[in-house]
Design a protein. Structure first.
Length: 125
């Protein structure tokens, strides 16, 4: 099996980022789930949220998407990118910006996007 061209891989990552943004923004708009600090009095945020709604976690979606793709195309970096994606997911809850379900669904969507992107790249090469 031949490796895909670098431009194909870069293009795939760029497209997957756009697809991820579209999917998560649509789901956020449709579900309109309030963030934890809105639903639970007394929860103090250390950082401001980027948008109004909680579900799903876009940061986790993108971190998982890119971690999987990087781990496939540069396996030597897997030891770095996989823990990074997990720390991003954990940080979203620790910061009080997301519920566990937001992070889990964001991770699943990110993984599905990554696998789809990898399939497209392998099909085209």
């Amino acid at each position: 099996m031949s490796m895909p061209c670098v431009a194909c891989v870069d293009c795939s990552r760029l497209i997957s980022a756009g697809v991820g943004l579209g999917i998560y923004a649509s789901i956020k708009h449709l579900t309109a789930r309030p963030r934890p600090h809105v639903a639970h009095d007394g929860l103090v945020l250390s950082v401001a949220p980027l948008d109004k709604y909680s579900f799903p976690s876009g940061h986790t979606l993108h971190a998982v998407n890119f971690a999987i793709q990087i781990a496939v195309f540069a396996p030597g970096l897997a030891w770095l990118v996989i823990p990074f994606a997990l720390m991003v997911a954990l940080s979203r809850m620790v910061l009080g910006l997301h519920y566990l379900s937001d992070v889990l669904v964001g991770g699943v969507i990110g993984a599905l996007i990554a696998v789809s992107s990898l399939w497209v790249v392998s099909t085209l090469s």
